[in-house]
Design a protein around this ligand. Structure first.
Ligand SMILES: Nc1nc2c(c(=O)[nH]1)N[C@H]1C(S)=C(S)[C@@H](COP(=O)(O)OP(=O)(O)OC[C@H]3O[C@@H](n4cnc5c(N)ncnc54)[C@H](O)[C@@H]3O)O[C@H]1N2
Ligand code: MOO
Length: 451
């Protein structure tokens, strides 16, 4: 496990007072490692979990060549271009039962979708392309079919012995179905990540407290709860912690003991009455950054030591595998990764989406690349200074001509949550980018499926 100083030394051009968003991502990739503990769980429990071992197909899917249509199976070599074909129906093959008779030249077999294709037959004509000829014959119109049509091959979805799903896959609904199609009842996944969160600040009111002059209700706790829950981690909610050293220390210790990662909001800027910063420094190995981005400029990142694990031992633990420090909760006793987010509600969400979410996914063991950004045409002028990354709240819509367009949603202040609620994505104005004119194409990070 590398210390903050080690990672910083390896990162080109590292300056904690002026880090680009890309440098932050590169830093976090070094700081966080996937959990190692795994468990075997039922498929219904596996949605959103990360596969810890390749799933190797114990059988082929489909298990045999079969029909893709309700119709008539026959040997396709009998088809002649430009001519209809009349065949005698010799029987019916139903799904789930093998047909045991023989089908010769000039003959066909009535077959249902999914029924096994008997040997020698390779083509299926859908029922609606046929007309009943006299007695037990059918006629296939000319030029409606080619040899091999409507036949599904054994193993065309998954072949026995092949890797059906790779380690690191995030189990989405299609993956659950795929596992079930192999007849498997359980999958091996990484244990669920535990993430503790608390809000800091003396001006922050918990719900239920009466309003007080100068105080605001805690909203970050709820947005972070939502973001973490959507990610599928176990959320450890530690509420609002006042700016009191003893209470902050207790909260950090408790969080580091129980969680893999700690998220806090507030107290990472240069304010005077902030014990949060001091406590982070005292209990851990933490860097305080000013990121060249908006919103989300100040942020603290590092590792908080858990009780019984002395900070100065961190370097001796470096060479060891995290596994040797497992405590009885299955969590490495090396403390927890800290994401100290700025207090402003939109800055919390933006830093979470830009940095914390990818880092947590990595800790969960996921190897899925980040979803691609969408390209949309800006319908307004966007003022942007080169030399920092800006995230603006926006709404993407489809124009009458089918192109995607985007406009911003209201007040872009970093405390304004209403414009976040209206948005369906974040317009990402990259580090080197300047002003945007009407008609320029911009990148958008869509929220769907993320938040
Ligand atoms: N001299 C400077 N001042 C500030 C700087 C700076 O670089 N130099 N950066 C500004 C930026 S950008 C931000 S963001 C804030 C971040 O400061 P803190 O992380 O110390 O956050 P606080 O001061 O505690 O809070 C900021 C703001 O957010 C409100 N807040 C905090 N927690 C919550 C919560 N749980 N729910 C709702 N609202 C919350 C808080 O009341 C403040 O209004 O610093 C700037 N200043
Ligand atoms: O950039 Mo701060 O992080 O405005 O909210």
């Amino acid at each position: 496990m590398k210390t903050i100083a080690q990672i910083a030394a390896e990162l080109q051009g590292y300056d904690p007072q002026a880090l680009s968003a890309d440098q932050v991502s590169a830093f976090l990739e070094q700081l966080v490692q996937p959990v190692t503990a795994t468990e075997e769980i039922g498929i219904f429990e596996a949605l959103g979990r990360v596969l810890a071992r390749d799933v190797v197909s114990p059988l082929s899917v489909p298990p045999h060549d079969n029909s893709a249509m309700d119709g008539y199976a026959f040997a396709g070599a009998q088809l002649v271009a430009g001519q209809p074909l009349t065949l005698r129906v010799v029987g019916t093959a139903l799904a789930g039962k093998a047909w045991t008779g023989t089908v010769g030249a000039g003959e066909c077999l009535k077959i249902m979708t999914g029924a096994i294709m008997p040997p020698g037959l390779d083509t299926v004509v859908p029922q609606e392309f046929t007309t009943a000829a006299d007695g037990d014959h059918i006629t296939i119109a000319a030029n409606v079919l080619r040899l091999g049509d409507n036949r599904r091959f054994k193993g065309e979805d998954l072949m026995e012995g092949g890797v059906a799903l790779s380690k690191g896959a995030l189990l989405a609904p299609a993956a659950l179905g795929l596992v079930a199609s192999l007849g498997l009842k359980t999958v091996a996944v990484y244990r669920r990540l535990r993430v503790a969160y608390f809000s800091t600040g003396d001006e922050i009111l918990s719900l239920g407290e009466p309003p007080r002059e100068g105080a605001v209700y805690d909203s970050n706790r709820y947005t972070v709860f939502g973001l973490l829950t959507r990610l599928g981690v176990e959320v450890i909610d530690l509420g609002v912690v006042p700016d009191t050293p003893a209470l902050l220390e207790a909260a950090f210790r408790d969080a580091a003991q129980r969680a893999d990662a700690i998220i806090t909001s507030g107290g990472v800027s240069v304010g005077e009455a902030d014990h949060t910063r001091t406590m982070m420094k005292q209990l851990g190995d933490v860097a305080f950054w000013r990121i060249a981005m908006r919103p989300g400029r100040p942020m603290a990142v590092g590792r908080i030591a858990s009780a019984g694990f002395q900070k100065k031992e961190a370097s001796s633990a470096d060479a060891e595998s995290t596994d040797s420090y497992q405590n009885d909760t299955g969590k490495a006793a090396t403390g927890a990764v800290l994401f100290g987010l700025p207090g402003n509600p939109v800055a919390v969400m933006v830093t979470f989406l830009a940095f914390v979410r990818p880092a947590l996914l990595r800790m969960m063991g996921s190897t899925r690349p980040a979803p691609p950004l969408l390209r949309a045409v800006s319908t307004e002028v966007l003022r942007k200074k080169a030399g920092r990354t800006e995230y603006q709240r926006g709404t993407v819509t489809t124009a009458a001509d089918g192109t995607l367009q985007v406009c911003t949603t209201g007040n872009q202040g970093s405390g304004v949550l209403s414009s976040m609620v209206q948005a369906n994505g974040l317009i990402v104005l990259h580090h080197g980018q300047g002003n945007v004119a009407v008609g320029d194409t911009v990148d958008v990070m869509m929220f769907d499926g993320v938040i």
